[in-house]
Design a protein. Sequence first.
Length: 153
Amino acid sequence: MQRIASFTVNHDFIRPGVYISRVDGDVVTYDLRTRRPNGGDYMSPLAMHSVEHLFATYVRNSAWGDKVIYFGPMGCRTGFYLLLRDLPAEQVKPLLVDTLRRCIAHKGRMPGASRQECGNFRGLSLAAGQEECRRFLAVVEKIDSNEFTYPKE
């Protein structure tokens, strides 16, 4: 059986950042790594779920919303996948910065936080989601390239 692309990357060398995980025609999968893999510092399920609701809402309602195919968490709790169609690499950092800032500035009710909208609506925290977004924004703001390549071993 063939290994999937994300299993071929040595996770011992991945640090928090943004990486291209795979390219499928005009769709690029970005690895938004908020934590160092196997470092023992994992997102809590509460923070991860909350970021999923906030970020997905804001990225799909951004100027680039029509380019968004999917946003969701990694099961290992060290980041998220963002799938984009036809978005030039130089626009990815501005998209991330804008979306994270909007998540951090969000006031009021958590998007999708009702029983009718979410299968675990009690497992959400605006404060936890915003803190996770603040943490990742600090990482994204330091990115100075549009390469988004995984570190070499």
